[in-house]
Design a protein around this ligand. Sequence first.
Ligand code: NAD
Ligand code: USQ
Length: 399
Amino acid sequence: MKVLVLGGDGFCGWPCAVNLADAGHDVVIVDNLSRRKIDIDLEVESLTPIATISERLRAWEQVGGRAMRFVSLDIARDYDLLLGLLRSERPQAIVHFAEQRAAPYSMKSSATKRYTVDNNVNGTHNLLASIVESGLDIHIVHLGTMGVYGYGSHRGATIPEGYLTVEVPQADGSRFTEKILHPTDPGSVYHMTKTLDQLLFYYYNKNDSIRVTDLHQGIVWGTNTALTDRDPRLTNRFDYDGDYGTVLNRFLMQAAIGYPLTVHGTGGQTRAFIHIRDSVRCVQLALENPPSSGEKVKIFNQMTESHQVGQLAHKVAALTGAEIRYQANPRKEAIENDLIVDNRCFLELGLQPTTLDDGLLKEVVEVARRWADRCDRSRIPCLSAWTSRQAEALSSTQG
Ligand code: NAD
Ligand code: USQ
């Protein structure tokens, strides 16, 4: 299959591109390298040293991988180039990772809010419009988020894979049932862009029969896959800073350098998790099991386990002896929530999850401890506050 991987230089996109090339697909990576530029602006670097995209591609060929090509293009702004690329490459599928993906970064300022909306919503819309204009039948596999469902407190109901069956009471006392997109409840401007993406897919699928699989992914943890472990130049990025670092990888890195684990609030927030190896495998499964022509948007919950943030901290502390520090929460989010998720679609397609119990210690020793001296401790605190109230609470606890 000819596959374009949009955002193929990023944390999820790079190991995914390598995996697809290894599986025999003809891969073209499309990326504007904005993620690397944001690191420069934020004055922070991946904990793991990462090679440039050209070095990555050369290294991949040198270890015997099937060659991949790279196109530098901004999908949110370079519409004509994107359309030209579709026409010249004629891909059967496109994996779409190319979005600004950090909730704290999206909440830093009105500039980053506007950038996140412009980049993510325009990028997804340009992709859909260009596929229609190209006249090609291309399957989109999009990386969405579990956060589109929201993290309301104790609702007790299982989150279905995208669609909810509802009963609507009628005036005459009868009821009819209907399957609707699960209502959205985003918790940040970033998460909101993913809910808008979901509506764009719904519309273009209905109007133009575009085939889409939307993967509602949980928080990805871990760093490398067996393939990116083959050569140091293939190493994946590991974000640990207060904007881009995600909770479990941050805890692993903090434990490795003897920094108290930064639990927001009471740590009662429950979130869904998936290891990077499983994320890569899920994308391949989704690509190889596309929706048929005329089928509505396929939605999979791409997660393997749920945990409360505070319990995760205890797990990491028990493994490593780390101290835990509860902090004022910079986010406006439920103090505590439960999360029961249906993820049967991927399990039925054969996914065999990597659990936290299998992988945590390996990650601490092989990655976090190995690169501990690259960590800039001043970049660890989460300083992006959701509202002025959270900002005040943060500054009063810090100073
Ligand atoms: P990332 O920031 O590491 O990678 C995104 C890549 O897309 C970067 O290389 C960036 O340069 C590129 N990009 C961004 N905007 C672009 C544009 N307009 N044109 C071309 N390239 C552009 O993020 P990631 O962690 O790899 O996440 C990838 C996708 O998966 C995102 O859409 C994210 O929302 C989703 N996701 C990530 C996680 C996670 O825990 N990392 C969890 C759930 C969903
Ligand atoms: N948290 C802490 N301490 C920290 C960092 C985070 O307690 O040091 C808490 C946060 O307050 C939040 C939870 O951990 O309650 C998760 O935060 P996160 O930064 O790990 O994850 P999130 O902001 O939700 O975003 C990440 C990815 C995003 C993806 C999302 C999947 O950055 O791209 O869409 O996970 S999900 O969470 O399922 O929506």
